[in-house]
Design a protein around this ligand. Structure first.
Ligand SMILES: [Zn+2]
Length: 117
């Protein structure tokens, strides 16, 4: 279950960003999951709720969104969204395609309370 290691990394980012922005507490975390990464949302949420304990985000709500996989054909330049991982260009059947969307896990935003002083 690679969700745990992804969330662990995410937690380090959240704590660093919260610190840099003088947040006393994080109340909401928005994350975008690229579909290419095949994250199981339930596992991701479970890992988040477990790992957030004893962090600045211990009461934070997780909001997930998803990024579709988009490919670009290097032969004809055609780009399209795809749903599975068997990639070839639907226009020219070329296997020389580049995945340019849907590969990343992105921390979109943090909401929280600023430190009082
Ligand atoms: Zn093509």
């Amino acid at each position: 279950m690679h969700e745990v290691s992804i969330v662990a990394q995410l937690m380090r980012d959240i704590e660093r960003i919260a610190l840099e922005n003088n947040l006393a507490e994080v109340s909401k975390v928005k994350v975008m999951l690229g579909k290419m990464r095949q994250i199981i949302p339930e596992s991701f949420e479970f890992a988040f709720s477990t790992l957030k304990a004893n962090t600045i985000a211990h009461r934070a709500v997780l909001e997930l969104s998803y990024e579709e996989i988009e490919i670009l054909c290097e032969d004809c330049g055609f780009s399209e969204m795809v749903t599975d991982s068997c990639f070839f260009c639907s226009q020219c059947q070329s296997p020389r395609i580049k995945i340019f969307k849907g590969r990343d896990i992105v921390l979109m935003s943090l909401e929280g309370e600023l430190n009082g002083d």
